[in-house]
Ligand binder design. Structure first.
Ligand code: SF4
Length: 268
């Protein structure tokens, strides 16, 4: 018969699992527990045993022998989707920084968890805040055009921001706000594991690289961030204000295309 846990034990297990996720341990497995021996044990010990079986992450030789080999995942889509869902759940109705006060909708991300290419912007604007999606306003339209110029579809890439709530008046996020929100973005990068990251603007470049430098000194080079290659270019909102820089941005995107092994699309 399936064993039902009492609410206190369920809460304790859920809290422990949350703690492990905060540490970045998401690869937990559940080992079936034989109910018969459990029935003979004192309740507290039974709960410990059950909790232990759910939470165990050790790889000692003896225990490895007892654990059936993990089946190769035929498709990692579900893994990545559920890992991203867990990050979103951890963020919750976030009040960790002051930006929550003016938020209409929290903007988590958009696109494919399997993306080879990920764009990182600064933060949501008014349209994004209203819809709960990144890059859906005029700057988003330009980003869509940039993506299709690369021969890709928006659904094929992954798009997120340094902060997930709109800074008032579209101001640059304060360091405290960006530093508070960044761990979630880094977790998203670790799940999606894009081959190439494109930092859109100085704020994204600063927090991804962990150093503040003028954009000019960061463009035109391939950086390395969390196992991905990083290209730095202008934010589409800046390109709307100064369209002359579009040519420069296109040169940056061509570096990204080269890193991804993409061919330049034929001229239309
Ligand atoms: Fe939380 Fe990030 Fe929004 Fe700040 S910006 S409230 S850390 S989700």
């Amino acid at each position: 018969m399936p064993r039902t846990l009492d609410p206190a034990t369920r809460q304790a297990i859920a809290a422990r699992l949350r703690f492990y996720r905060e540490l970045g341990l998401t690869e937990l497995y559940r080992r079936p527990v034989d109910p018969a021996p459990l029935q003979d044990l004192p309740a507290a010990l039974s709960q410990d045993a059950l909790e232990d079986s759910v939470l165990r992450t050790t790889t000692s030789h003896e225990e490895t022998k007892a654990i059936p080999a993990r089946k190769p995942a035929p498709d990692q889509t579900e893994d990545r989707e559920s890992s991203l869902r867990i990050i979103r759940e951890d963020i919750g109705d976030c009040t960790r920084c002051a930006l929550h006060k003016g938020r209409n909708k929290l903007v988590f991300a958009d696109g494919s968890p399997q993306a080879r290419l990920m764009f990182v912007g600064e933060g949501p604007g008014a349209d994004e805040d209203a819809q709960g999606l990144p890059f859906v306003g005029r700057a988003g339209q330009l980003l869509n055009n940039m993506i299709s110029a690369m021969g890709l579809k928006r659904e094929e890439v992954y798009i997120a921001n340094v902060v997930k709530c709109r800074p008032p008046g579209n101001r640059t996020p304060e360091p405290e706000e960006a530093n508070t929100c960044m761990p979630f973005l880094l977790r998203q990068i670790d799940v999606v594991r894009p081959e190439v990251l494109v930092a859109l603007g100085a704020t994204a470049a600063t927090y991804l690289l962990g150093q503040r430098q003028p954009l000019a000194g960061l463009r035109g080079r391939v950086h390395s961030v969390r196992g991905s290659r990083l290209i730095v270019t202008y934010h589409p909102a800046y390109l709307l204000r100064d369209p002359r820089q579009k040519k420069e941005a296109w040169a940056d995107l061509q570096i990204a295309m080269r890193e991804l092994g993409l061919k330049l699309p034929p001229r239309g």
